[in-house]
Design a protein around this ligand. Structure first.
Ligand SMILES: Cc1cc2nc3c(=O)[nH]c(=O)nc-3n(C[C@H](O)[C@H](O)[C@H](O)COP(=O)(O)O)c2cc1C
Length: 167
């Protein structure tokens, strides 16, 4: 699969097989995340890799749209260190998140981005669940596993959203 095909066929996958995801794959995916661009190259991210079933299930109690975690073998909580980057941690961690989604797609895995920040109740719940220090903010949770559903490319190109030289 070339890079553009990987990018155009990435879709949110919310059903997974029982197959476990190897440590090597998780490391490659995290490496891709840490290879993202960041403001001043500050790399303010931290990642909590969740594989314990009890912990995966408890995320569903603090995040209202995360039912797919009852099947997913892995979740990655993407967090920003606000002492490293107070202004750009959301952008930096979003870039890391997209890299993770694409790397997973390249490895034949399925993912879905579960928004946490800036929903205060979700942030508080996730912070409490994972004992995050006050200076660490959760941006999102990525559910990860081998896909048990297939989704194709959708054409979202809109010519009217493109402005040439001036609006
Ligand atoms: C910031 C953000 C928050 C999202 N939160 C959720 C969520 O809580 N639950 C969920 O099932 N999907 C969530 N998604 C996935 C979107 O629903 C999905 O990306 C969108 O419908 C487009 O579909 P696609 O990813 O298959 O292209 C989120 C995506 C983003 C970027």
């Amino acid at each position: 699969m070339d890079a553009l095909e990987m990018l155009f066929t990435r879709r949110s996958i919310r059903r997974y097989t029982d197959d476990p995801v190897s440590e090597d794959m998780i490391k490659t995916i995290l490496d891709a995340g840490m290879n993202a661009p960041s403001a001043n190259n500050r790399q303010p991210w931290h990642f909590v890799v969740v594989t314990e079933r009890e912990k995966l299930d408890s995320i569903m109690q603090v995040h209202p749209y995360s039912q797919m975690l009852s099947q997913a073998p892995v979740a990655i909580v993407v967090c920003g260190d606000t002492t490293i980057s107070s202004h750009y941690w959301t952008q930096d961690c979003s870039a890391a998140t997209e890299n993770i989604l694409l790397a997973a797609r390249a490895l034949g895995l399925g993912t879905v981005w579960l928004g946490v920040h800036p929903q205060e109740d979700r942030s508080a719940g996730v912070s409490r669940l994972f004992n995050l220090p006050d200076t660490i903010q959760p941006l999102c949770i990525i559910a990860l596993g081998y896909p048990a559903e297939e989704k194709g490319h959708v054409d979202r190109y809109k010519e009217e959203r493109v402005h040439k030289n001036v609006w």
